[in-house]
Design a protein around this ligand. Structure first.
Ligand SMILES: O=C(O)CCC(=O)C(=O)O
Ligand SMILES: [Fe+2]
Length: 400
């Protein structure tokens, strides 16, 4: 008995998985679901624009598509909520291609998968009402009822309210929670005007500098670029293949005098050597755009001409310049240390990805939170390990 029940669920699952392959649409749907997951947004927030003030009504077919993608990625509560949105609209008489049977099937199966047996029973009953001769549905209903009884009074999880089941520091930081600024840490951090250690170019125009974290060192510099320079960087990169998470829209010094000036300014304020730096890169994230937690430094070993494995140069330091503000979302977060940096147009952030002993710093794990409202533009400049030895004297200590 149990095994045919399981067969049914498996069949149900594979039916759900077998819908047409629409990679792009699914990618967009998954992006939206991820946004909802990180910011704990139920479908009404998207459709009615509760938070954004901009409603984006989705028809029953689109809502159903979102439910299907969520189900496929085992995000059962999101699957349920989107299927429920589809059902509500269908009941209001909005025309659609998707049938009540399809919608109810997702509702019943996702409730079951989420551990919400009363709702699983409820929606399976609705399914049976549509076609009382459907023996498989009758069979499943019987089993859901049995399981519900066996569960007795154990409370079922709330299917309608998104809470935070994922105890992920990344996601909490993106929501502005979990930021670790203990009074001790706060006191230790500083804010000052810097001349880059007496750099002549900065003596008459010192840069406001703020320490955002001491471990790993994260320093923010304010008003590094002017509005005009920002506009030029954006317009130079627009015709290129702009992308997130990738090495695109790299800007060469020859393309415009602004590039050289920006690079020089980065060198002046950080004191790092441009010789070992990569080209300036520009990226743009639209709504839902994000960069999941990662390390910029990849400590790789490669075979050299003598067939010996040597350490491959890795991204020792990152300078990230915000070319825009972001209305909501889009923070740069460091989950290991509880730091969240809100994009501020014209400011630049410097952090180190390696310890002074050359090892990768685990605390340098970082991510770009999804943009919720607005558009996020950044420019990044990476510094390779070699060439920085004199600027940042290395250490032989294990932990530094
Ligand atoms: O978008 C961000 O805030 C982070 C970007 C980033 O980590 C990168 O480009 O390597
Ligand atoms: Fe990064």
């Amino acid at each position: 008995m149990q095994s045919s029940y399981e067969d049914y669920i498996e069949q149900l699952d594979s039916e759900l998985l077998e819908l047409p392959d629409q990679e792009d649409l699914d990618g967009a749907a998954l992006g939206l679901i991820r946004l909802q997951e990180i910011y704990l947004l139920p479908p009404e927030n998207i459709t009615k624009g509760t938070l954004t003030g901009k409603p984006s009504p989705l028809n029953p077919d689109e809502a159903y598509h979102l439910a299907r993608v969520a189900y496929e990625y085992e995000k059962f509560q999101h699957a349920f909520l989107w299927a429920y949105e589809s059902l509500k609209q269908k009941k209001r008489g909005v025309t659609s291609e998707v049938s009540f049977k399809d919608v109810l099937t997702v509702l019943s199966s996702s409730s079951y998968k989420f551990g919400q047996l009363p709702l699983a029973v409820f929606f399976t009953e609705q399914l049976l009402k549509l076609d009382p001769t459907d023996e498989q549905v009758r069979y499943v209903l019987k089993h859901y009822k049995l399981l519900k009884e066996l569960r007795g009074h154990i409370p079922s999880p709330n299917m309608f309210t998104l809470t935070d089941p994922i105890v992920s520091s990344y996601e909490a930081l993106c929501r502005g929670e979990d930021i670790k600024k203990t009074p001790k840490r706060q006191r230790a951090l500083y804010c000052r005007y810097s001349t880059g250690g007496g750099n002549p170019r900065l003596i008459y125009a010192p840069v406001k500098e703020e320490e955002e974290s001491d471990n790993p060192p994260i320093i923010r510099y304010y008003d590094v670029l002017s509005e005009k320079e920002i506009e030029i960087l954006k317009s130079l990169s627009r015709p290129k293949r702009l992308c997130i998470n990738g090495n695109c829209a790299a800007l060469n010094d020859e393309e415009d005098p602004v590039i050289g000036r920006v690079n020089q300014r980065i060198a002046d304020i950080t004191g790092l050597d441009m010789e070992s730096s990569e080209l300036l890169q520009v990226a743009n994230y639209g709504i839902g755009g994000r960069f999941e937690p990662h390390y910029d430094a990849k400590v790789k070993f490669r075979e050299n001409f003598q067939r010996k494995f040597v350490l491959f140069l890795s991204r020792m330091a990152t300078v990230l310049i915000y070319l825009s503000d972001v209305e909501v979302g889009g923070a740069t977060v460091f989950p290991e240390v509880g730091v969240a940096l809100k994009p501020q147009k014209g400011s630049a952030v410097l952090w180190f990805n390696l310890l002074r002993n050359g090892r990768m710093d685990d605390n340098a794990l970082h991510a770009g939170c999804p943009v919720f409202i607005g558009n996020k533009w950044i420019a990044t400049k990476w510094f390779r390990e070699r060439g920085q030895e004199f600027r940042r004297p290395c250490s032989l200590s294990e932990s530094e």
